[in-house]
Design a protein around this ligand. Structure first.
Ligand code: COA
Length: 180
């Protein structure tokens, strides 16, 4: 069994090690990284999964969400998501995402995007962005650009570039504007 907590600063080194192991050095070259540089993950939407008790307790998964503007709609980018190789296929990834998506909806966010494998993310309600509808700040396989509405109809307003939020606009304010 595992449990999910909100990420704390002391989890940082274990998360970095997990991300290096899961994605390799190429992780900084991904187009999604362009939306993370100079941006800050939303602390209330950063999660770690743990397994074991006492000295045996180990960080086994990590998930972060980032504020982005999705073709004019304030929203979130999901990722990176990683689970330690030995414990994959036991529902850690799906449960991290279910928790995050539920919390994000409760916070007022309306729309989430990610770059990833559709056959996996369809399990938590993501689907492909129609070709040409949204653009990332760099090359991305269009079949891997996925979205999920937290509010029905939110995607209908999203057209154009996916960008970082404007400087000086806290994510909560953006979510509130989006919800208005
Ligand atoms: C992708 C990842 C996070 C999944 O975590 P996980 O805890 O193993 O996932 P879950 O146990 O919640 O879900 C497992 C299910 O998803 C399926 N699945 C996992 N990765 C998949 C993929 N890339 N494409 C399609 N299905 C996938 C499994 O076959 C399994 O299906 P089943 O339930 O029908 O048996 C994990 O494999 C990982 O860390 N991979 C390396 C990093 C990575 O690629 N992250 C995603 C970036 S887009």
């Amino acid at each position: 069994m595992f449990d999910i907590e909100i990420e704390r600063p002391e989890h940082g080194p274990a998360i970095e090690a997990l991300l290096d192991l899961s994605f390799g050095p190429g992780r900084y070259a991904k187009t999604a990284q362009r939306l993370r540089e100079g941006n800050e993950a939303i602390p209330e939407l950063c999660y770690v999964a743990f397994m074991g008790e006492g000295e045996e307790r180990k960080l086994i998964g990590s998930l972060r969400f980032w504020p982005v503007v999705i073709g004019g709609v304030p929203g979130l980018m999901l990722g990176p998501l990683a689970v330690v190789p030995m414990l994959r296929g036991q529902g850690v990834g799906i449960n991290l995402m279910r928790r995050g998506l539920a919390d994000a909806k409760a916070m007022g966010y309306q729309l989430v995007i990610l770059v990833g494998d559709e056959p996996y993310y369809v399990k938590v309600g993501f689907g492909p962005v129609p070709a040409g509808r949204l653009t990332m700040p760099g090359p991305v396989d269009p079949a891997r650009l996925l979205y999920r509405e937290l509010d029905i109809g939110a995607f209908g307003h999203a057209h154009g570039a996916i960008t970082k939020p404007m400087p000086g606009k806290p994510s909560e304010e953006i979510a509130a504007v989006g919800a208005a």
